[in-house]
Design a binder for this molecule. Structure first.
Ligand SMILES: [Zn+2]
Length: 459
């Protein structure tokens, strides 16, 4: 019955998504303010048609859509988070077709936002539609929380969640704003890394000096900074900041085994990024290092003479940007403080080091039960539902990146977060010719129905 409904409505489900993709809701672009609102209103309209109780919350920039469908006090409550805003489409000349005139070709929907996140979000809305049409109700109480500022860092989302905690309370938060680890591989992403970002300023002499007159008798800020950075890792690839690893949650044996099951193509990973080697912390596999170990990287460095030709100068100042990817349970402020103290300790005589905190984000791992994060009931139940739809077992992944809102959901709503990416790494999100495979859109709709049904039966 459900399958028949999905098949019979495929064309309409596609054409509605294309309508949403035609709206250029670029959240960072002030001239598109009206278009961003139009995308919000489009979503509001579709949820109202499904008899959701819909509200549009205003924020200083773009509105947030909140919609509820309550079925019973005894059923669990699921909150589906997504975003209707998109990245700017530039550079336009690299697109094979205009970014906001979606085309469907060779089984792909090509448009800005096709995968990130309109296609994945709309798959859930159509999944809900299918459940309502075929069963007359939903298996769970459902809330949609759909924002228009994800691509600009969600500045107004946390305050909104804080202000409406009770209204947004949920047992499970379901997020589809990412990718499967490989095509046709149902994937549950259960952990994210956080971030601590600093700028380092090194001062030596009071001004730039002639290297002939002063060379051999004055501190060189660039030499000092280079020496400091070189000491931030040891021979084993470990970060030398004292206390850096103190709060790190070690992987469980189950997780390490789960990572081994991930169909990860290391050769492709290297080829795609142009890597001759994959250096990192000793004692961990590449995936473990990318997903579940903290790192420190220098992101930029400058100072002294950088123009054409030669200038014999001893630089008075040098700067670097340094960031750390953090893992649960590291705290960005704690790591920033430890890093700053270490950088100052490493300063050679006559050199002054100033450290400025630029920004940070908490890492997140889905709330674990005692046995570990993979044993949590919502994760287990979701894995079984995905296996049914795909006909093969789900794999468990983390991601090296950061989605700050995930820790907000855990902290403020006390919810178990389950991330099920419906797209692919090859979807070119944020790049020209973003696409979403038709098969992933249609299967995403089915995944949504299966997940909601499964969450209803959660122990
Ligand atoms: Zn997104």
């Amino acid at each position: 019955m459900l399958k028949d409904y999905l098949t019979a409505n495929q064309q309409r489900h596609l054409s509605e998504l294309l309508d949403l993709l035609r709206i250029p809701s670029v959240s960072t672009d002030p001239t598109r303010q009206g278009e961003v609102r139009r995308a919000a209103e489009f979503v509001v309209g579709k949820l109202a048609e499904l008899r959701f109780e819909v509200q549009l919350f205003e924020t200083p920039r773009h509105p947030v859509v909140v919609a509820h469908y309550r079925v019973s006090d005894s059923a669990p409550t699921v909150l589906i988070y997504g975003h209707y805003d998109v990245q700017p489409p530039e550079p336009l000349d690299l697109w094979i077709s205009p970014p906001f005139e979606p085309v469907v070709e060779n089984g792909l929907i090509v448009a800005r936002g096709a995968s990130d996140d309109k296609g994945q979000l709309y798959a859930h809305i159509k999944g809900v539609e299918a459940l309502l049409a075929t069963t007359g109700t939903l298996p769970v109480n459902l809330t949609f929380l759909i924002e228009g500022e994800e691509e600009i860092g969600s500045p107004n989302l946390t305050p909104l969640i804080e202000a409406h905690r009770e209204q947004l309370a949920a047992d499970i938060v379901l997020i589809s704003d990412g990718a499967m680890v490989a095509p046709d591989t149902p994937t549950i992403t259960y952990g994210l890394r956080g971030l601590a970002y600093v700028e380092v300023l090194v001062r030596g002499a009071g001004r730039d000096l002639h290297s002939g007159a002063y060379g051999g008798g004055a501190p060189n800020a660039i030499n000092a900074l280079a020496k400091i950075i070189a000491q931030l890792h040891n021979e084993q690839g470990r970060v030398t900041v004292p206390g850096f690893y103190d709060a790190v949650l070690e992987l469980t044996d189950t997780e390490r085994e789960a990572f081994r099951q991930v169909p990860f193509d290391e050769a492709h990973f290297k080829r795609e990024a142009g890597l001759a080697a994959t250096p990192g912390e000793a004692g961990y596999s590449l995936l473990e290092r990318l997903w579940a170990r903290p790192t420190l990287d220098c992101n930029g460095i400058g100072g002294g003479f950088q123009g054409d030709g030669a200038k014999t100068v001893i630089a008075a100042e040098a700067r670097a940007k340094i960031s750390c990817r953090l893992v649960p349970n590291q705290d960005p402020h704690d790591i920033t403080a430890k890093l700053a103290a270490h950088l100052k300790r490493l300063a050679p005589p006559g050199v002054e080091v100033t450290v400025t905190e630029l920004h940070g984000a908490l890492p997140a791992v889905l709330r674990a039960c005692a046995a570990g994060p993979l044993e949590a009931p919502a994760v287990q139940v979701a894995a079984r539902a995905l296996a049914t739809v795909f006909g093969r077992p789900a794999v468990f992944a983390r991601t090296g990146g950061t989605i700050p809102v995930v820790s907000t959901f855990q902290e403020l709503l006390g919810a178990q977060v389950v991330m099920v990416g419906l797209g692919l790494e090859s979807d070119k999100v944020h790049s020209p010719n973003e696409k979403f495979d038709l098969v992933n859109y249609y299967r995403g709709i089915e995944v949504s129905t299966a997940l909601l049904a499964a969450f209803a039966d959660m122990p």
